[in-house]
Design a protein around this ligand. Structure first.
Ligand SMILES: *[C@@H]1O[C@H](CO)[C@@H](O)[C@H](O)[C@H]1NC(C)=O
Ligand SMILES: *[C@@H]1O[C@H](CO)[C@@H](O)[C@H](O)[C@H]1NC(C)=O
Length: 134
């Protein structure tokens, strides 16, 4: 009995470590990005300005967005794995900040109507859809 005494603390230490890891991982799982994007649909008429925004509660890692053109099923890629910064191309303006991603179309054209899919990567991966009605 006496000889096993020095080994007793080992399982206790292991258990403490296991419990610490379990509580640490459960704490990490409780942090959610909680993206809030422009709700439902954005309605604009030709030539108007359209804005779509997604905000998150934790830092953004990257943003991917594609557009599903009406009567088609494929999602046409607009920008992929975008990190912090601004991009301007073909009348689209993308802006990604720490906790906000924004798509601005200065003058909406009919080809820009449809559903926009946002793949938001922060601590988790979230997919949000915003409709641009024309
Ligand atoms: C996102 O955050 C900005 C600034 O904090 C706010 O003006 C905007 O309404 C928010 N958008 C959404 C969709 O929650
Ligand atoms: C990016 O664009 C936003 C508006 O969409 C502007 O507020 C911001 O200053 C721009 N940032 C840079 C680095 O140009």
């Amino acid at each position: 009995m006496l000889t096993s005494a020095p080994f007793l603390p080992v399982p206790i230490m292991l258990w403490t470590l296991v419990l610490m890891l379990v509580s640490l991982s459960s704490q990490m799982e409780e942090v959610w990005d909680q993206p809030t994007c422009t709700k439902g649909a954005v309605s604009v008429t030709r030539g108007e300005r359209a804005v779509m925004t997604c905000n998150t509660s934790s830092s953004l890692h990257s943003i991917t967005s594609c557009q599903i053109i009406p009567n088609r099923t494929d999602c046409q890629l607009l920008f992929k794995d975008m990190t912090l910064g601004n991009i301007s191309q073909d009348g689209w303006q993308f802006c990604v900040q720490e906790t906000m991603a924004q798509l601005v179309i200065e003058k909406v054209q009919d080809t820009q109507a449809g559903q926009y899919k946002w793949i938001i990567e922060g601590l988790q991966r979230n997919i949000e859809n915003v409709q641009l009605k024309y």
